[in-house]
Design a protein around this ligand. Sequence first.
Ligand SMILES: NC(=[NH2+])NCCC[C@H](N)C(=O)O
Ligand SMILES: [Mn+2]
Ligand SMILES: [Mn+2]
Length: 309
Amino acid sequence: MTKQARIIGAPTDYGANRRGVDMGPSAIRYAGLADQLEDAGVSCTDVGDVTAPPAETQDADKRVPEEGNAKFVEEIEAVSHELAEEVEATIAGGATPLVVGGDHSVAIGSLRGAAADADIGTVWFDAHADLNAPSTSPSGNVHGMPLAAALGHRDFAGVDWATAPRLNPENVVWVGLRSVDDQEAADVRDSAGTAFTMSDIDEHGIDEITERAMAIASDGVDGVHVSLDLDWLDPNEAPGVGTPVRGGVTYREAHRAMEIVAEHDREHDSLRSMEAVEVNPILDEHNETAHLATELAASALGKRILGRE
Ligand SMILES: NC(=[NH2+])NCCC[C@H](N)C(=O)O
Ligand SMILES: [Mn+2]
Ligand SMILES: [Mn+2]
């Protein structure tokens, strides 16, 4: 059966400290996302963007953390609500949501939508663990917190929009970590999830690590949300991101990992939803990071060098 994808834009930069990532969805569309997906044999529709007024038009005070050390919480709440509904409706209609960000706080909405009607796991392809909470975050930027929110960290207690109750902590897998804050590292170690760092990729290779990640994330649940933060790649390949960290995966490793996601999905019907986030066109060079995001999404959804098998 032909895979159906629905592109959902989430043009926010509320979760990041560098403005401009809200233009990510435009840049990714301009880079030819829909065409890439059609090439992958995926039939795709673009539903446009969720509502997200630019941060510049918001009260400047909100850029400074008030209580709880998390910036723009109300704005992120509104985006998360709307996005969760889009993602949920997309899955209910039999298609695969492809959320394009936007900073990584959009994952709060994606995860909640993907977990609305099912038990899920997630594979988090990222330099960062994004497991900070308001009380532990060194920055107050919510793009460093989506996993803590989705897993129901006590700092988010009572914040109805944040938690994805059916995201199973044992099915959370990080791939490619190389920049983790001190308290966050302790929280990753104490979590029920599995963390594969860049060192693990060096030691075992991207194939083995991605295969293990998909196996763990999908074990005993209904599907996997694949979260691709473009800063997972080395900044030489993906310069257009707000929090670049040296020593990331190469272009080929990234494609290989996404191909393994697609292979796993073909065999196990495991890919429930996906997002590509943190593309910041202001920091990019000739839109190459946006273009990379389109290529990697296409690989994850089944594109092969010599066409479909
Ligand atoms: N999705 C991202 N790019 N996250 C970066 C987070 C950086 C840092 N750990 C923080 O919490 O502020
Ligand atoms: Mn990151
Ligand atoms: Mn991230």
